[in-house]
Design a protein around this ligand. Structure first.
Ligand code: IPM
Ligand code: SF4
Length: 468
């Protein structure tokens, strides 16, 4: 059969039944849980008298509300947070689910840990009650974020009822210029086509520029698919993907690996595949991107000026832009570069893998963070932290004046505990710049790790191309 997209193939491979009301029953290969939403889902399941059908196909980690202070104890600064941690420990133990607890070298942010451990595999269906599960589509898995009751359903039955999403292909043509990264590609796409651009579709990222990305950079790209209103992001596996997966702890070994690898090599859209929506973006002329407002779509090149709401197409957009500028403390028409910052944050499931830390460290090496700037680096997993330390990257961050933390979500989002101060301006490698996302009234500018590093040194929003 021809004319099929990769999504269509994965869907058909996992389709168990067509149900009433347009739902399909889909087999779920892996479920991942974290302490913010997973423990309570397990508890609700137990209270309803159900058990976890296949505990060996479910995994859990502590990432969202555990603190990330160096040498952390068993702590959270979130009021009431201890209960989430306790329930997650109790319920995973009771149901026989592996928990990557504090002190376990496999602990880390769920979307960093899952590929790192070989739990997410090409062609698999993977769900987690967390919106950035789309990250894992970078390996060619159909991976998406679900709600808490869906998590219970998946745990109890190894299936989910899903309304089949539409499909979209975004082809990135050309070659990335020096100093421009996967983060800039996705910000540029969302800025051009809006934060609702994907219209709920499964978005396959394709094209020369995607093929050239490392597997880790592909994760950055897919991570922000949900900020584009995608059901999830997806990238066809290639040799780089197979090389990435091979040898990971939970990946198939020996003959099982050979069989799997043979099947995974076939996982790509047919040449004549049809998509509900198609778009292209040439990356050749992109520059480092930063957000100026309170949506990921409020992004511009580092050399550009903050847009004028007067130029908006309609009244609602104009009002939203006015509100965003007031919140961010910026004026229409001012150059974004040169705006003084209070803090710099390198972390999150978007940009805290080893390649991200290496890139930031290359900018920081031999340089110092500007006086008055609070700079924090939070490795995405304990594995990333250990690997970074083994090659001395932590020393580069520390010498430059960065804090070097334990792994977790940390100040990617404000859970009620640690945050940046009121109206503090933060250049951040995270994925959401919503109002008060990183703390009450915090002003977040999303950017790539090298842009954050360059800005930390300059003490203001800065162009990384001058330092790389
Ligand atoms: C707390 C969690 C459910 C949430 C999500 O779903 O994404 C968080 O990870 C986030 O990034 O906002
Ligand atoms: S790092 Fe941030 S975006 Fe990612 S899962 Fe944690 S809170 Fe969500």
């Amino acid at each position: 059969m021809s004319g099929l997209s990769l999504f269509e193939k994965l869907w058909r491979q996992h389709l168990l039944a067509e149900l009433d009301e347009g739902d399909s029953l889909i087999h779920i290969d892996r479920v991942f849980l974290h302490e913010r939403t997973g423990g309570v889902a397990l508890q609700a399941l137990a209270e309803a008298g159900h058990r976890v059908r296949n505990p060996q196909l479910a995994f859990a980690t502590l990432d969202h509300i555990v603190d990330t202070f160096p040498g952390r104890s068993d702590n959270t600064l979130m009021p009431g947070g201890e209960a989430f941690i306790r329930i997650t420990r109790e319920q995973t133990a009771k149901s026989g689910i592996q928990l990557f607890d504090l002190g376990d070298e496999r602990q880390g942010i769920v979307h960093v840990v899952s590929p790192e451990q070989g739990i997410v595999l090409p062609g698999a269906t993977v769900v987690c009650p967390d919106s950035h599960t789309c990250t894992q589509g970078a390996l060619g898995a159909l991976a998406w974020g679900i709600g808490s009751s869906e998590a219970e359903h998946a745990l109890a039955t190894q299936t989910l009822r899903v309304v089949k999403p539409k499909s979209m292909r975004v082809t990135f043509d050309g070659q990335l210029p020096q100093g421009v990264t996967a983060k800039d590609m996705i910000l540029a796409l969302i800025a051009r086509d809006s934060a609702s651009g994907a219209r709920g579709s499964v978005v396959e990222f394709a094209g020369e520029a995607v093929q050239r990305l490392s597997v880790e950079a592909r994760m950055t790209l897919c991570n922000m698919a949900v900020e584009f209103s995608a059901f999830t992001g997806l990238i066809a596996p290639d040799q780089a993907t197979l090389d990435y997966v091979q040898g990971r702890p939970f990946a198939p070994k020996g003959e099982a690996w050979e069989r799997a690898a043979t099947a995974w090599r076939e996982l790509r859209s047919d040449a004549d595949a049809r998509f509900d929506f198609e778009t292209r973006l040439d990356v050749g002329a992109l520059s480092p991107m930063l957000t100026w407002g309170t949506s990921p779509q409020h992004a511009i090149g580092v050399g550009e000026c903050v847009p004028d709401p007067a130029s908006a197409a309609d009244g609602a957009t104009r009002a939203a832009m006015d509100k965003a500028l007031a919140y961010m403390g910026l004026q229409a028409g001012q150059p974004l570069a040169g705006t003084p910052i209070d803090a710099a944050f390198i972390g999150s499931c978007t940009n805290s893998r080893l390649s991200d830390l290496r890139a930031a460290a290359a900018v920081l090496r031999g340089r110092k963070v500007a006086a008055g700037v609070k700079a924090i680096c939070v490795p995405g997993s304990t594995q990333v932290k250990l690997a970074a330390e083994a090659e001395g990257l932590h020393q580069v961050f520390l010498d430059a004046g960065f804090e070097w933390r334990e792994s977790g979500c940390s100040m990617c989002f404000f859970a009620g505990g640690e945050s940046f101060g009121l109206q503090q301006r933060v250049v951040s490698t995270t994925n959401r710049n919503f109002e008060s996302r990183q703390g009450p009234q915090t002003r977040t500018h999303l950017a790539s790790p090298i842009t954050v590093a360059a800005s930390a040194i300059a003490g203001c929003i800065a162009d990384p191309r001058r330092l790389t």
